[in-house]
Design a protein around this ligand. Structure first.
Ligand code: SAJ
Length: 403
């Protein structure tokens, strides 16, 4: 079986490498020549636990990377699906373009597996008409990715998977391909069910986090310890509340619930409110930081430091990160730009971004911990003697101000 993986980003690259490492003939394609160049030069394009080792194994088994589409039996499309900020509906244009390119290069009978997350009905509405209008006859499958950044390589192997297809023989072929490495259960269903179940998983997490964030606000107002309350509540066998934090970032949980709000604006009330609560958290943290500074007579906001620029711990991905959201609010309110440091972000993305923790700390009166990177988790004493607002409830920072 020859597989072509289209889109070598956070999902496409590990998937291509995993298949290749398990003996499948894989070519990874990306329209960005820099990505292809870097991979062909032996360098992975982002940091992820276990990715370097997987890359070595895949290279050893002969994985290919190219900017040009090839003829293959199966195409896996793993390109971005943002949402339209106005309508909140899914923007499937990258998937559509990728599928058009596949159709121009494949043989009759090829299978096109869309792994990108899309809202229910998108494949029928945006993708299927392109196949029907094309002289090439290909099969469509939706097998949404479900791996979590920070633990992708493990989850690729151990998570269960969903395969949505129009017919069983096609589904079985795709199942065989994933079963080359996946040890989890592989469920076969129809395309719309696969689309919806993926969006539901991320929406469930978003709503749960919003609940935790709302509890944090209630507890702040009522003088209660939200972390202790969640810890105790979670001892109940049917309660599992997630952790409050400075907001929800990343390209998945902060995006996918909007698809449902965009398509079902009347029904999706809880989902919309949860999104709004989570999107409001960076401003809530900002107000906490301002209040703490004022209560200490500290007036220079440029001496506030934001520790962490990524959307969560131990990844280098800054997409939709709470820190970037907060910096936008700071700018909109006309406050001075704070200091920023993130051990995972080497390129300068924002003003006053430091390359060392030492130079960062030297400029700060108040450190706001936005991300719980291992650096701090393992060595909270790095912040000894500093005024700290800890939004991640890190061990060893018990004396710090909290959400
Ligand atoms: N967060 C909290 N509190 C928590 C957990 C997370 O505030 O208790 C925040 C994080 O700090 C981060 C955001 O939420 O800013 C999202 O992080 P995450 O680790 O919850 O999830 P993602 O976006 O990295 O990955 C999710 C996963 N989905 C689920 O767990 C249901 C992953 O399995 C999906 O593959 C991925 O979305 C995706 O690509 O859709």
């Amino acid at each position: 079986m020859k597989v072509c993986v289209v889109g070598l980003g956070y999902i496409g690259l590990p998937t291509a490498l995993m298949l290749a490492a398990h003996g499948v003939d894989v070519t990874g394609v990306d329209y960005n020549p820099k990505v292809v160049e870097s991979l062909n030069a032996g360098k992975v394009t982002f940091e992820e636990k276990g990715l370097d080792e997987l890359f070595q194994q895949a290279t050893h088994r002969g994985v290919h990377f190219s900017s040009a589409y090839i003829s293959a039996d199966v195409y896996i499309v793993a390109v971005a699906t943002p949402y339209d900020p106005q309508t909140k509906k899914v923007d499937a244009s990258y998937v559509e373009a990728a599928v058009e390119n596949v159709l121009d290069h494949c043989e009759d009978g090829a299978i096109i597996v869309v792994e990108s997350t899309v809202s229910p009905g998108t494949i029928d509405r945006c993708i299927r008409p392109r196949l029907e209008g094309h002289h090439r006859k290909a099969h469509l499958v939706h097998a949404p990715e479900r791996i979590i950044p920070g633990n992708m390589v493990y989850e690729l192997v151990h998570n269960s998977r969903t395969i949505g297809a129009d017919d069983l023989p096609t589904a079985e072929k795709v199942k065989t391909m994933y079963a080359s490495f996946c040890e989890g259960q592989i469920v076969i269903t129809d395309i719309r069910t696969a689309e919806m179940s993926k969006v539901v998983e991320n929406t469930y997490r978003d709503v749960n986090i919003a609940f935790a964030n709302e509890l944090a606000k209630i507890c702040r107002d009522g003088g209660m310890d939200v972390y202790e309350i969640i810890r105790i509540a979670n001892l109940h066998p049917r309660v599992n509340i997630l952790s409050p934090g400075p907001g929800v970032g990343g390209h998945c949980i902060s995006v996918d619930p909007w698809f449902l709000v965009g398509d079902y604006p009347v029904e999706a009330q809880l989902i919309r409110t949860a999104r709004e609560i989570n999107d409001g958290m960076p401003a809530f943290v900002l107000d906490r930081a301002l209040a703490i500074m004022q209560s200490r007579g500290l007036m220079d906001f440029s001496r506030v430091g934001l520790y962490g620029l990524t959307y969560k711990e131990n990844v280098d991905d800054t997409r939709e990160s709470p820190t970037l959201q907060m910096l936008a609010t700071i700018k909109a309110r006309g406050l001075s730009a704070p200091q920023v440091y993130d051990p995972f972000v080497k390129t300068t993305l924002v003003d006053h971004q430091h390359q060392t923790l030492e130079s960062f700390l030297a400029q700060c009166d108040l450190v706001v911990v936005m991300v719980g990177h291992t650096q701090l988790r393992d060595d909270p004493a790095l912040l000894a003697g500093k005024l700290v607002l800890d939004t991640r409830h890190l061990p060893g920072l018990e004396g710090a101000e909290r959400l």
